[in-house]
Design a protein around this ligand. Structure first.
Ligand code: PMP
Length: 360
C-alpha cells in the first residue's frame, strides 16, 4: 500500500508501526485467547495495559506526584462544560483567554454556568496572536484562568505559560500534547482529545492536581463529577477501550523516539521547513503573528481563493490529504502532528515550490 501523506487536523496520522501492532493484535492480544477490545475493563488484561498507559503518559510529560491522570469519553468538548460545572464557583468569575475557535467555544459553555471574564479577546486581530504570558494575571476573584495551548484552526500556540499564583490554570492541550515538554506544575488541569498526537479518537485525557477537587461545586450528575472519576482512576464507567489501547502504543512509540524532547525537535524541524518556505516567498503568506506560530498546525494563504482551491485539488491528486483550511476560516492548513514523517513535509514543500513556479 502506498500511504497517503496525511495533513488532517484530527483524527490524523498515526505511526504506521502502531497501526500494524493493532492489526496484529486485533484478534488476539499477547497470546491471551481474547482481544483487548473484547476484554472487561474490570479485568487484568485491560487494567494492566491501562496502568502502564497512565504511568508512561506521566513519565513522558513529567507529571508531578500530586497530579492524577485518567481518560474520559465525550471528547474535549465535554470538558468545555464539565470545567465550569465543577470549578466556576458562585460569586466568582472565570477568566478566559479568547484566542480562537476552541477557547471561545469553551468560554461559551462557561457562560451558561456563571460569570466569565474575557481576560483577552483576539477578535480584533482575527485570532492571529496571543497575549504575552508574563503579562497575564487573573482577576482577584477568579475561580480559574482558562487557555487553549494551541488553537488548531487559527494556527497559534502559546510558547510560554502564565504564572497564575493561587488561581488554578486550566489548559486545553488537545492539539499539541506531547509535542514538547510542558511545565505541568504551572497548571491545575490539562486535558485534551487524544485524536491528534496520541491515538485513535475516543478518549480524552485528564491531568489534574488532586487539590483542585477541594474547590469543586457540590451536587453534580455522576458523569460530570470529576471526584467520581478520580475515585475510580477514570474507570467509574466503561472507558473508550480501543482508543486507550492505541494511546498506550503511541506513547511507546513516542518514548522510543526521544520522548517530549524528541517530539519537540521533530516539530521544530518540520514546521520550520514550511514557515521558511512561506516567509521566503511573496506567493505564500502566513496570517499568524510570528511570535505565536503553531508548530502543529501551519496555516497559510495564497493570493486568492481560486488558487487555494486549485492547490488543494492538485495536492490531493498527488496523495496529500487534509490541506484545506477549516471551513470557518478558509485558506490552507498543514497539520504536522508527531507521527507525520519529515519526508511528507519535504514532499509538501517541494509541491508548494512547484505550485508557485507554475502559478506565481
Ligand atoms: N480543543 C481543540 C484545541 C481542538 O482542536 C478540538 C478539536 N479539533 C477540540 C477541542 C474539540 O475536540 P473533540 O472533537 O474531541 O470534542
Amino acid at each position: 500500500m502506498e500511504r497517503k501523506k496525511n495533513f488532517f487536523a484530527g483524527p490524523s496520522v498515526l505511526p504506521v508501526e502502531v497501526l500494524e501492532q493493532m492489526r496484529d493484535q486485533m484478534v488476539e492480544y499477547n497470546n491471551q485467547g481474547i482481544s483487548m477490545v473484547e476484554a472487561s475493563h474490570r479485568g487484568g488484561l485491560f487494567e494492566d495495559m491501562y496502568d502502564e498507559c497512565v504511568a508512561l503518559f506521566k513519565e513522558l510529560l513529567n507529571v508531578p506526584e500530586e497530579y492524577e491522570l485518567y481518560f474520559l469519553g465525550g471528547g474535549a468538548t465535554l470538558q468545555f462544560a464539565m470545567i465550569p460545572m465543577n470549578f466556576l464557583r458562585p460569586n466568582t468569575v472565570a477568566d478566559y483567554i479568547k484566542s480562537g475557535t476552541w477557547a471561545n467555544k469553551a468560554a461559551e459553555d462557561a457562560e451558561l454556568f456563571g460569570k466569565v471574564n474575557y481576560y483577552y479577546d483576539g477578535t480584533a486581530n482575527k485570532f492571529s496572536s496571543l497575549p504575552k504570558a508574563s503579562e497575564v494575571h487573573p482577576s482577584a476573584n477568579s475561580s480559574y484562568l482558562y487557555l487553549c495551548s494551541n488553537e488548531t484552526i487559527g494556527g497559534i500556540e502559546w510558547q510560554d505559560f502564565p504564572d497564575t499564583g493561587d488561581v488554578p490554570l486550566i489548559g486545553d492541550m488537545s492539539s499539541d500534547i506531547l509535542s514538547r515538554p510542558v511545565p505541568v506544575e504551572k497548571f491545575s488541569m490539562i486535558y485534551g482529545g487524544v485524536q491528534k498526537n496520541l491515538g485513535p479518537a475516543g478518549a480524552t485525557f485528564i491531568i489534574m492536581k488532586k487539590s483542585l477537587l477541594e474547590k469543586q461545586n457540590p451536587k453534580l450528575p455522576a458523569y460530570m463529577d470529576y471526584s467520581k472519576h478520580s475515585k475510580e482512576k477514570g474507570l467509574y464507567n466503561t472507558p473508550p477501550v480501543f482508543s486507550i489501547w492505541g494511546v498506550k502504543l503511541v506513547l511507546d512509540w513516542i518514548k522510543k523516539n526521544g520522548g517530549a524532547v524528541g517530539m519537540q525537535k521533530r516539530a521544530t524541524e518540520k514546521s520550520a521547513i514550511l514557515y521558511d518556505l512561506i516567509d521566503s516567498s511573496s506567493f505564500f503568506r502566513s496570517p499568524v503573528d510570528p511570535a505565536y506560530r503553531s508548530k502543529m498546525n501551519i496555516v497559510f494563504r495564497l493570493p486568492n481563493e481560486d488558487l487555494e482551491k486549485q492547490f488543494v485539488t492538485e495536492a490531493t491528486k498527488q496523495g496529500m490529504l487534509g490541506l484545506k483550511g477549516h471551513r470557518s476560516v478558509g485558506g490552507l492548513r498543514a497539520s504536522v502532528y508527531n507521527a507525520l514523517p519529515k519526508e511528507d513535509v519535504l514532499y509538501l514543500a517541494q509541491f508548494m515550490k512547484e505550485f508557485e513556479r507554475k502559478n506565481g
